[in-house]
Design a protein around this ligand. Structure first.
Ligand code: PEP
Length: 249
């Protein structure tokens, strides 16, 4: 089954290192049947366009401003990343939510701005360990979906991908179980079906992210409930990431 594999570089590497990475990934994924997206820092987008252009690998950014343009010193707009060659943007990553205090309201605005600029959105949702221990996971993730997608039209959901990323699994080496993942994917689809339609619930793409690595990736990503994966740490090694991208799921 064809999957969507997304790599999130976070704040790692410098543009000159990314050149070698991009050239290598382009070559190593030539025959992959999967859809592949890499999301490097903003400063790498020009390099990405130059060395991934024409390859199987598409490019995304890790964030955008909620504003379209104007007096917002230091911010990067959706139009800027689109013009720089990005087709995707990650919005609502748990690191943005917790370390930069991004609220669901802000995330909702960012999603609208991204969609209006023709970007595809990878919306991250997921619960903390405390929420999980309090058995509030389902309600918490359902509310994130509702708040983050408020006012977004059903036809726009074609450009939205939901990544279920339990916070306790990100960069910790702890991975959600196959049944946990299947359950949460179902919760997400049901919530979308409730807010939009059965068709929307069935067709939305749902990814899993959290401590996927070269040893556990095949088992996790081949889960038929999933449309693919969001990979942090393990995407930094081009050989390992290319293996994950080339796999026949
Ligand atoms: C992430 O940052 O989205 C992520 C899934 O990280 P890791 O794969 O390192 O857990």
């Amino acid at each position: 089954m064809k999957k969507l594999i997304v790599g999130n570089f976070k704040m790692n590497t410098v543009p000159s290192e990314f050149k070698a990475y991009a050239m290598s990934l382009a070559t190593k994924t030539q025959n992959s049947k999967n859809d592949i997206v890499v999301c490097p820092p903003f400063t790498h987008l020009a390099v990405a366009r130059e060395f991934l252009g024409g390859s199987r690998v598409e490019v995304g950014a890790q964030n955008i401003s909620e504003e379209e343009s104007g007096a917002f010193t230091g911010e990067i707009s959706a139009k800027m990343i689109k013009d720089a060659g990005a087709n995707y943007v990650i919005i609502g990553h748990s690191e943005r939510r917790s370390k930069f205090k991004e609220t669901d309201k802000l995330i909702n605005k960012k999603i609208k701005t991204a969609l209006a600029s023709g970007l595809k959105v990878i919306l991250c949702v997921g619960e903390s360990l405390q929420t999980r221990q309090n058995k509030q996971t389902c309600a918490f993730v359902r509310k994130q979906i509702d708040d983050d997608l408020k006012g977004i039209y059903e036809n726009e959901l074609e450009s939205v991908i939901v990544a279920y990323e339990p916070i306790w699994a990100i960069g910790t080496g702890k991975v959600a179980t196959k049944s946990d993942i299947a359950k949460m994917v179902e919760i997400i689809r049901k919530e979308i079906a409730l807010q939009y339609s059965e068709k929307a619930g069935n067709s939305i793409k749902v990814l899993y992210g959290g401590s996927i690595n070269i040893n556990n990736y095949a088992k996790i990503i081949s889960n038929p409930a999933l449309d693919g994966a969001l990979i942090g740490g393990a995407c930094l090694d081009v050989d390992n990431f290319a293996v994950i991208c080339r796999e026949n799921y």
